[in-house]
Design a protein around this ligand. Structure first.
Ligand SMILES: [Zn+2]
Length: 119
């Protein structure tokens, strides 16, 4: 299996338990900080532990959200490839949009009915 954008999105979005504490903190720090966030808001978030000032974390997000995501997904893929709970289309074997999706966004295959029949 090779990595493609939709699979990358899925892993980043739904495989949180495979992300390290630092990776989750880096994500959160990126999410909560933007150029429009006021400095008083930033210090409030820091004191609550929502965002980090750790140079390690800041270094992880220094290249922006896309780089962070790419690196996180790449690491997860390398280390946990076989344990990821991927919701793959039974027909084309590509990733579904969400863990609960029962319709393929690529080939439009719908497996709602086969799901109940199998159980
Ligand atoms: Zn499909």
């Amino acid at each position: 299996m090779i990595m493609y954008r939709e699979l990358e999105d899925y892993i980043y979005e739904y495989c949180e338990k495979f992300q390290t504490k630092n990776e989750l903190m880096a994500r959160k720090t990126l999410m909560y900080t933007s150029s429009t966030t006021s400095s008083s808001m930033l210090s409030a978030m820091r004191s609550r532990g929502w965002i980090s000032e750790d140079p390690l974390i800041l270094n992880m997000i220094a290249d922006g959200p896309h780089e962070l995501k790419r690196r996180v997904v790449e690491r997860i893929w390398r280390e946990h490839k076989d344990e990821l709970p991927l919701n793959l289309c039974p027909k084309c074997n590509l990733i579904a949009r969400t863990p609960l999706a029962r319709q393929c966004r690529f080939c439009k295959h719908d497996w709602h009915s086969s799901d109940t029949a199998a159980k």
